[in-house]
Every structure is written in C-alpha cells, then in structure tokens.
Design a protein around this ligand. Structure first.
Ligand code: C2E
Ligand code: MG
Ligand code: MG
Length: 766
C-alpha cells in the first residue's frame, strides 16, 4: 500500500472525524492536506442551494491553521474553470496565472493573492460536482506529483462523505423538529408563546442565527415584533427590529410572493438595516411568511450569521413548519378573540364583571398581599326612566359616552374601568386605597359623569350614585370587596350626596353581620359590654330625676361600635332577649350603686321589639328585680313606637304585665313612628320622650316648636309627662320649659358616662 493510501485509510478509520460537526471535521482534512501535500492554503467549497454560487465553508492557512471561512465564487464569473472542474476529478494547474482554465480567476483572485499553482479536487455526489477541495501554492509555479494528486482526490472524497453525513444528520434533525412540533403546537398557546417556541426551535437547530417573529402591526404596511433572538446585537439594531416596513424587509417580499425568500450577501443591502446586518456578520436573510386563508398573519425573519449553510432541505422544512405554525397562530388569535369577548362588554368595550373578578383575584392573590384596593361602584339615577323616555338606542349611546368618561377617569387614577350590568360601572384602583381619598375620588367621578351629555337631541345631565369600598379595610378578599361596594351603593341611593363609603358598623345585613353576631355573643360572655348612664333632669327645678342606661361595646378590632348597628344585628339574630336581660341586670346593679351614693333615681333601659312580644319577659324582669332587692320603681322601660307596632295586641298584653309589676313605661323617640293615639291611650304609660330630631334645632326651627308644643299638649291631655332628648344647649332647655316640657336629657346637660363618672357628675350638679 502506498503512503497516500495508508494515510487516507487511517484518517477514514478515525471515529472522532465522523462524530465531529462538519466544519471541525473538514478542518482536520485540511490540516492533513497541508501536511501531506505541502501547500500554502487549503479550503473546502460547497454549492449553496440550487444556485451557481459556491461558498467557502472551511479554510486553512499554513502557519495560521484554521481561519474563518469567507468567500463566494460564482460559476457565472469563471465559466472556463467550472467547465474544467466539471470534466475532471482533479484539476492540477502548474502555472495558474497563465493557464486558460483559470484565466477568469487571474485578475480577481490569483494575482491579488499571489497564487501560482492550484490543485483542486472535485467533491461529487451521484456523479455531480457539489463542491471543491482547493489547494494553493503561492509565490511560485509548481508541478504537482501523482501522490499529491491522489491525496487531494482522496481528501475530497472524504470531504464529500462528511458533507453527506452531515446533511443526513441535519435532515434527521429537521425531521425530528417537525415531528416534535405537532404535539407542542397542539397545546393552547398565546401568540407570544408560539413566537417564542418557533425561535427556540430555530436556535436549537442553528445556534448562530438571529431571528425575529413578527405579527401585522395596527399601523398598516408594518410588522411588529412578537419575540426575537439576537444575542450580542447592538441595542440600536434591536430597536430597529421592533417594527419593520413591509417594503423594506425580506419578509415583505416573502409575504407578497407567498413563499419563503432567502437573500444572500450583496442582495441584503437593499433592506432595512441591510448594511449594518452585513457588518454584523449576517450573510443571508430569510423571510418565512405565515399565511392563513390567503392572508399573511405573521412571519419570521432569520439572519444567518455563521457559514452555516441553510440549503434547500432547510427551506423545505421551514416551509412545512410554517404551515403548522400559521394554523396554530390563527387558533391562538381566535382563542384570544373569544376570551376577549367573554371578558368584555360588547356595547362599551369595557371589561365586564367576570374580568373584574379575575383582576381582583389577581391583585389580591398570593404574592401581592398587602396591596390596597379601592373600588368605586357607580350607577345612574333613574336610568330606567331615561331608557324608557329616550329609547334603547339613545340610552345605549348615553352609556357609551358615560363609559368613556369612567374609563378616562380610571386611567387618570391609574386604575381600570368595568361595565358590570346595565348602567352599573366599576372602577378599580390598586394603590392608596384610603377611605379619605376614595371619597374625594368618588366626588370627582360623580362630577365628571355629570357633565352635560347629548342624547337624541337633548342635553342631559346624568346623576350618578357611587358606593366605595376598600381592601383590606372593608373585607378580606375580592368577594367581600364587591359585596361591600354593593352595599355602599345601595346606601348611596338614599344619601343626599349620592356617595357612600362602606362602613362596617353600618352594615347589619349579610355575612358580615353573622360575624358580628358571633362576636357579640362572645362579648356578652366576656363582659366586653358596658352601660353608660345619661342624666335626665326636671326642667322646672333642674333637679336630677333619672337616667338612661345606654349600651357600649368596645370591639377589640373595630373600637367603639355604635349601639344602633350592633342592636340591629342582635335583633335579627334573636339575641335581644339575652341582651336586654343582661342590660336589666347590670342596670339594677348600677341602681344599687347609685342608691349607695345617695342617688335615689330610676334607671331607664331600652327594650326591643323582641322583648315586647315575649310573654316570658315580664316574669324574667320580675325575678331580676327581686334578686336585686330593689323596688320595681328603680327601673323604667323605654319602648319605641315602632317596637309597639310590630304586634300591638301582644305588646299591649306584655305592657300590662310590666305595668302591673310597678315598672314605669316611657315611649321613646316619639314622633318618628306611626302609633295611633287611640292605641297609646289604652297603655299604662308614664312619659312621652320627644325624639331628638325635633329638639336639636328647636331654637332655629319654628315647625319643631309647633310639634313640641302640640306633643306636650297631647301628652298632658293623656296624663303623661314629657321628656325631651337631645338637648345640647341652655337656650333649648329654656325654650322647652316655655313650651311646657317636663324633663330633659342631652349632651348639654350630661353625656352618657360610666356609673362612677355619673356619680361624680351628679354630686356637683346644681
Ligand atoms: P335612644 O334610646 O333614643 O338613646 C338616646 C341616644 O341619643 C343615645 O345614643 C344618646 O347618646 C344620644 N343622645 C343623648 N343626648 C344627645 C344629645 O344631646 N345630642 C345627640 N346628638 N345625641 C344625644 P346612643 O347611645 O348611640 O344610642 C342610640 C340608640 O341605640 C338608642 O337610642 C337606643 O335606641 C339604642 N340603644 C342603646 N342602648 C340600648 C340598649 O341597651 N338596648 C336597646 N334595646 N337599645 C339600645
Ligand atoms: Mg332610649
Ligand atoms: Mg330616643
């Protein structure tokens, strides 16, 4: 065996050669050429695609070793050379600069590079030339020996096999890429996820490339980037990638021609950033259109930067993959559209209630705890009437205009607007949810909504009501936030300002009150409740004649809870029986303390509707009084007209029993209910207590004067004395005296206070 054959055999048996990537393997061959043929440079060239161009894919220079492969040779420019190559296995040219076969190369290549002799071996597949292994001698001409020619031919054959293997491997990769796409594209992706998937797959195959995935821009004629992969690209270049014009991009041509388009080298210059792309090492730009139903719905631009040849196989694979991607993209867009429609209102385009729920959940979800959320819930006063008067069409346009205003307002607030149903809108703001601020926000929104509007030739001013609630102040989660805002909106309907901020203490319905009931039970057990005493005096001689016991609850979290709110809750929860007995017992204890301090006055307690229909109540009170050792006159009961009216007959029976015990009975809040005089006349009462609503503005309101005067007349006519509550100043007290009122109670005389303070107060009362 000749040396040449032995060397080639050894090389072909080297497994690492076959395992290496193509360029690395070719470099090994070139090093071998350098060593055994003793040439100045050696390189491998390959035809790219179907064209006439041959691209250098590996290059070796003596003394330097492997160098970056650059250069393109077009068959059109040197027909003689290509003719000769086609006709021979090896072209051995001793004096290249004078040889007719290489004459076309002389001026453009041989002379500038000082090349004098060439030994070029063709790389063939199925008889056809697919590339060349090229050896060059510089400085002098040279006669090539037989062994050298054999060596070149042998290396070219090996190169051909390596190229074939690499191509098969690449085809394999492409195939598995296509196969792996189907299941991945079957999943529910958003457009962006699809774009990212496409780029990920591309980069897996061609690690050196830059690529960007585009979708049509709202601006016609433009494409906008959805996702891109361009590591190391300068920021300005990346910036210019974000939005490209169809006319100045390879993708534009591809979309026009509805096929994949690849533009190489010089051709790149015509495009947006073409010069710069070339300078950054992009050698080929590929546009892949994504067509669906004859319409371009997106596309990919690939910038090939290495000498990674993207040939026909790759383009064919891209074409196949692009069909699948186009379908998936169209699907994603449809799903997005459907989802959008499910979460938005078709009339105004605003997000709807479902979206609101989602957003609240998102904003209050895990990871975003501590964020404050304020919700303004708005509706239009008398909208039904507007609807009936104007007709549906005009009313709809009105709602659209209102939606724009609400939307603009929420944008300014950094929040989001929603249309819930009909004329109900919501604004959700996720920062600074302070109640103080939110009331001001609501006022502003109300003002904006009240700007005159045109509807059906009329100028209308919309009056709106707004309920406000915030998290975490008014609830634990989004559900409670909505509920609280709803409650506040319901209150706003009867509020003069039309705006209500949710108030936990005012909310006596719904699940919040259940919580309160549980806590109130606990408070009863734990003695968290107390009674404050407020004095009643005789107007004539200013003497202390009695006091009223008023319940107080200091809640561990909410602080002072007003009795009106927790009593309403207790009534609904059937807790009043217990509560009143507790009050009576505690009041009797206080009565003993007062007597010990020399104050022999009656304590009035308030009773509720429940007590007045409870036949057991008189007996229970009787036993409490007996236990206290006091006389029944130590206790007075205040009963409101409303309480009596819930079941007048039964109440009359209970009242008779109570009176029989020796208890004094007063009608509380007189004037606010609807009891009939005939009924009152039948009851064993002691006093009428005029409601503070008629007393507080007495000196300024003549009507109140008439009411008080006639009430006094009426009461005296029935043999009852009269108490005025809510007396805040001396002038009122004096006027009440002139009007014939007997007793008075109010902040102007003394505030409700704990029993010890009350005793101190009484000792210094004139
Ligand atoms: P009420 O029985 O009419 O009690 C009088 C209310 O007027 C008390 O409010 C008292 O603080 C307030 N008041 C007294 N003088 C003045 C004044 O000069 N100016 C003003 N602005 N207010 C004055 P409070 O303590 O908030 O009680 C409110 C209501 O809660 C009571 O009205 C009563 O209906 C109910 N309530 C309080 N304690 C009990 C109780 O133990 N049992 C029952 N069933 N109801 C109670
Ligand atoms: Mg009272
Ligand atoms: Mg009252």
């Amino acid at each position: 065996m000749t040396d040449t054959n032995a060397i080639l055999l050894r090389l072909s048996k080297d497994e690492s050669l076959w395992a290496a990537p193509l360029v690395g393997a070719l470099d090994t061959l070139l090093a071998c050429a350098d060593k055994n043929i003793d040439v100045d440079t050696a390189s491998v060239w390959q035809f790219a695609g179907k064209g006439s161009q041959m691209v250098c894919i590996a290059s070796y220079v003596r003394g330097l070793g492997v160098v970056p492969a650059t250069g393109v040779l077009d068959a059109v420019d040197c027909p003689a050379y290509f003719d000769a190559m086609n006709g021979h296995r090896v072209l051995a040219v001793d004096d290249a600069q004078c040889d007719p076969r290489t004459k076309d190369l002389t001026e453009s290549y041989l002379k500038p590079n000082n090349v004098h002799a060439l030994l070029d071996a063709t790389i063939r597949r199925a008889g056809k030339m697919v590339g060349v292994l090229c050896c060059e001698q510089r400085n002098t001409s040279r006669g090539w020996g037989l062994a050298e020619i054999d060596m070149a031919r042998g290396l070219a054959d090996l190169a051909g096999q390596l190229m074939l293997i690499s191509e098969l491997r690449r085809r394999d990769q492409l195939q598995s890429l296509l196969l792996s796409l189907a299941p991945e594209l079957g999943q529910n992706h958003t457009e962006k996820q699809l774009a990212e998937l496409a780029l990920k797959k591309l980069v897996q195959l061609f690690p050196g490339i830059w690529a960007a995935f585009y979708r049509p821009d709202p601006d016609p004629g433009y494409l906008q980037v959805l996702s891109y992969h361009a590591p190391e690209a300068p920021p300005a270049y990346v910036n210019a990638m974000q939005k490209v014009h169809l006319d100045s991009s390879v993708l534009g041509i591809a979309i026009r021609e509805r096929r994949i388009v690849a533009i190489r080298d010089a051709g790149l210059i015509q495009f947006n950033q073409g010069e710069q792309s070339k300078a950054l090492g992009v050698v080929c730009s590929i546009g892949i259109p994504l067509m669906h139903d004859e319409v371009a719905i997106g596309g990919v631009i690939i910038g090939v930067r290495s000498q990674d040849v993207i040939g026909d196989d790759e383009l064919a694979a891209f074409s196949l993959a692009s069909t699948s991607f186009a379908v998936a993209l169209a699907n994603a867009r449809n799903v997005h559209e459907l989802r959008h429609r499910a979460l938005h209102d078709s009339l105004t385009g605003l997000p709807n209630r479902d979206k609101l729920q989602q957003d609240i959940e998102h904003l209050t979800g895990r990871g975003s705890s501590g964020s404050e959320l304020t919700m303004l819930l708005l509706n239009v006063k008398d909208f039904r009437q507007i609807n009936d008067t104007l007709g549906r069409g005009s009313a709809d346009r009105l709602l659209q205009q209102l939606a724009e205003r609400v939307s603009a307002f929420s944008r300014d607030m950094g929040g989001q607007a929603y249309r819930l149903v009909g004329d109900e809108f919501a604004v959700l703001v996720s920062v600074g949810g302070l109640v103080v601020n939110s009331r001001a926000q609501a006022e502003l929104l109300q003002k904006i909504a009240a700007d005159p509007l045109d509807a059906a030739g009329l100028t209308l001013i919309l009056r709106t009501r707004i309920g406000v609630a915030s998290l975490p102040l008014h609830g634990a989660d989004g559900y409670e936030l909505l509920r609280s805002a709803d409650t506040a909106l319901a209150w706003a309907a009867t509020d003069v300002s039309g705006i209500c901020v949710y108030d936990l203490l005012r909310d006596t319905s719904g699940p919040r009150s259940l919580e309160m009931v549980a806590e109130l039970r606990l408070a009863l057990e734990n003695n968290e409740l107390t009674l404050h005493l407020q004095p009643k005096i005789s107007i004539l001689n200013r003497k202390l004649v009695g006091c009223e016991a008023l319940l107080r609850w200091v809640h561990p979290r909410f602080g002072n809870v007003p009795p009106t709110s927790f009593i309403a809750v207790a009534e609904k929860a059937d807790l009043m029986g217990l509560l009143t007995l507790w009050v009576a017992k505690r009041a009797l204890q206080h009565a003993c303390e007062l007597r010990a301090a020399g104050l022999d006055i009656s304590i009035a307690i308030n009773v509720s509707a429940h007590n007045m229909v409870d036949m057991e109540f008189p007996r229970q009170l009787e036993s409490l009084i007996a236990q206290s050792g006091l006389d029944a006159s130590a206790l007075t009961l205040e009963i409101t007209e409303t309480v009596l009216m819930s079941d007048p007959d039964r109440a009359a029976t209970v009242i008779a029993d109570l009176a029989a015990l020796g208890l004094a009975l007063d009608i509380d809040d007189f004037g606010t209910g609807y009891s009939s005089l005939a009924y009152l006349r039948r009851l064993p009462l002691k006093s009428l207590k005029i409601d503070r609503a008629f007393v507080m503005e007495l000196t300024a309101n003549l009507q109140d004067v008439h009411i008080v005067r006639s009430t006094v007349g009426l009461a005296h006519g029935l043999g009852l004395s009269v108490i005025a509550e809510g007396v805040e100043d001396e002038a009122t007290l004096a006027l009440l005296g002139e009007l014939g009122c007997d007793m008075a109670q109010g902040f102007g005389i003394g505030r409700p206070q704990p029993v010890s303070d009350f005793i101190t107060w009484a000792k210094q009362w004139p």
